[in-house]
Ligand binder design. Structure first.
Ligand SMILES: [Zn+2]
Ligand SMILES: [Zn+2]
Length: 147
């Protein structure tokens, strides 16, 4: 997982201060799940928490931008600072990927479910209807739109 780079040289755009408290909150959450993951009891789940926060933060910034609640400058700044994942957001713009959990789950190698992760398979087409969490990020199914 990419570390949040130190904000040093880049000029902070006007309006960023409006979202900064929430960004700080995400950073706090990230540290929390990172310290949790050093706890061996949770070793299996360890990357999931980090990925969830990573996802939520990108989603938060992208939604604000879509609703025009933040300017393009603030949005670009967040992308450049790695506060939002530009590759993930690129995927969200594609039909059927609006709710994609993480990029790992659409990687075409290392999976045995027709090239994509089980969480990308629509509920109706899944053989096991029972609740599951995908091995990559703990996703419970992210095909199609958020309902
Ligand atoms: Zn997923
Ligand atoms: Zn998955």
């Amino acid at each position: 997982m990419p570390k949040i780079p130190k904000r040093k040289n880049r000029k902070i755009p006007e309006g960023f201060d409006l979202i900064e408290p929430t960004i700080k909150e995400f950073e706090r959450k990230m540290r929390e799940v990172e310290s949790e993951s050093s706890d061996t009891k949770r070793a299996v789940e360890s990357p999931w928490g980090v990925m969830r926060v990573h996802h939520q933060r990108s989603r938060y910034i992208y939604d604000l931008y879509k609703r025009k609640a933040i300017t393009k400058e603030v949005y670009d700044y967040c992308l450049n600072e790695g506060l939002a994942d530009r590759h993930l957001i690129e995927m969200w713009k594609k039909p059927g990927y609006e709710n994609l959990c993480c990029l790992l789950c659409i990687r075409t190698t290392d999976t045995n479910f027709g090239g994509t992760c089980i969480c990308r398979v629509p509920k109706s087409q899944r053989s096991e209807k029972a609740a599951f969490q995908c091995p990559n990020c703990g996703c419970r199914g992210c095909c199609g739109k958020i309902d």
